[in-house]
Design a protein around this ligand. Structure first.
Ligand SMILES: [Ca+2]
Ligand SMILES: [Ca+2]
Length: 402
């Protein structure tokens, strides 16, 4: 067909015009392909069909590969932004700029991102003002990828008041701009923790906790108004449910080495039995050098959440030992048929903190005088994790001659 093309090849090299130079080789290429096709023992339409099919398959392959790559990078991006926000929580206070999702490239494992909260704190005796400003990038708890967030604010351990913001429907970035005021003496600030808990409202089911902020107020410089973003963390393992309070009196007489503990009463104990009651009793345990040393217990008071015990226990504790001993008091619910349930626990001693330490110190500085005080019960797990008791393991001796 195009038999002339090989002849024109010579003139191409001498041509000064660039346009001509490109058209000539093109013609040459077409001629070459034509010759090649002539050599294939198939009709032209069959060759074209095969070519079209090959190109089609090739295109489909490319499209598939592209789609897969895109999906992967999207997932990776999402994961990165999730993890990155959580990392900020570890560092404590952050700025808005730092916690922008996707602003950093690192892959920080699979810790769950819960979002972040902008809050403010101000103390002007005797009023603590907590501002819940806004939240961002909250976790979606509902189908459809949204939540209905609101925030509960309270102080622990004296959880007398709990405030709540409004519920914002279907958003992960609510703007609350609400303020709550707590009356609290400056001396009590050092023992208190402010809890800001973000929930997802659900009309027909239990509200889900999205995350929380827990700030110990003793570490805050009250000369300034604090306003900052913080990453929400996992809700505390030790849920501050109300376990109740216990009142006890302590008396130490150094000359006779007698420690007298009077378990006076308890109130608002958590109900452990069906029917909304408990059968409380208290266990007293002395721990010396992290080992269980002496133990006693009160009688069981049937079917009450406000038991009155007024039972006295005296231990021999030398002056040297009183510096190292810890008094662990736990309140239990007695069950006839099943295992007794722990309601709550506290410990007093030189290693204790807050209210408990104060009570112990009052006892030591007032020898021979009984000092009575109320204490909020904490969960057993919480107290045990603080005490980290060495449980004495008794190995049975099988061979008596040993
Ligand atoms: Ca919801
Ligand atoms: Ca019971």
């Amino acid at each position: 067909m195009h038999t002339k093309t090989p002849l024109s090849k010579g003139s191409v090299t001498h041509s000064t015009s660039k346009g001509k130079a490109t058209t000539r080789p093109a013609n040459a290429a077409i001629g070459f392909i034509d010759q090649l096709l002539n050599k294939i023992p198939l009709p032209r339409w069959a060759i074209y069909t095969i070519f079209a099919a090959i190109i089609l398959i090739f295109l489909i392959c490319i499209i598939c590969i592209c789609a897969k790559c895109c999906c992967k990078s999207k997932k990776k991006k999402k994961k990165k932004s999730d993890d990155q926000i959580n990392l900020q929580g570890v560092n404590g206070s952050t700025t808005t700029a730092l916690v922008q999702p996707g602003s950093r490239d690192g892959d920080y494992g699979s810790a769950k991102n819960r979002g972040r909260l902008l809050y403010s704190l101000e103390y002007k005796a005797p009023e603590l003002t907590v501002g819940i400003k806004q939240a961002a990038a909250l976790t979606a708890m509902d189908l459809g990828g949204t939540s209905d967030p609101y925030v509960k604010v309270y102080l622990t351990p004296n959880k007398s008041k709990t405030f709540e913001t409004q519920v914002y429907r279907k958003t992960l970035n609510p703007i609350f701009n609400e303020q709550f005021k707590f009356e609290i003496e400056k001396a009590d600030l050092s023992e208190s923790t402010i809890v800001m808990k973000v929930f997802d409202f659900n009309r027909f089911s239990k509200h889900d906790v999205i995350g929380e902020l827990r700030l110990q107020l003793d570490s805050i410089d009250w000369n300034h108004v604090i306003e900052e973003w913080k990453d929400l963390s996992e809700p505390s393992k030790f849920e501050d449910e109300i376990l109740g309070e216990i009142c006890l009196s302590l008396r130490y007489v150094p000359t006779s080495s007698k420690l007298t503990v009077v378990i006076l009463e308890a109130k608002n104990l958590k109900s452990m039995d069906p029917g909304g009651s408990s059968d409380p009793y208290a266990k007293l345990q002395l721990v010396l050098d992290r080992k269980k040393w002496k133990r006693k217990k009160t009688s069981v008071k049937k079917c009450t959440l406000n038991p009155y015990f007024n039972e006295s226990f005296t231990f021999d504790v030398s002056f040297d030992q009183i510096q190292r001993v810890q008094l662990v008091i736990s309140v239990w619910d007695h069950d006839k048929l099943t295992r007794n349930d722990a309601i709550g626990k506290i410990f007093l001693g030189c290693d204790a903190t807050g209210n408990q330490l104060r009570h112990w110190a009052d006892m030591l500085s007032n020898p021979r005088r009984p000092v009575a005080q109320w204490h909020h019960l904490l969960s057993s797990e919480q107290v045990d994790s603080t005490l980290q008791l060495k449980h004495t393991v008794r190995i049975p001796i099988i061979n008596k001659n040993f």
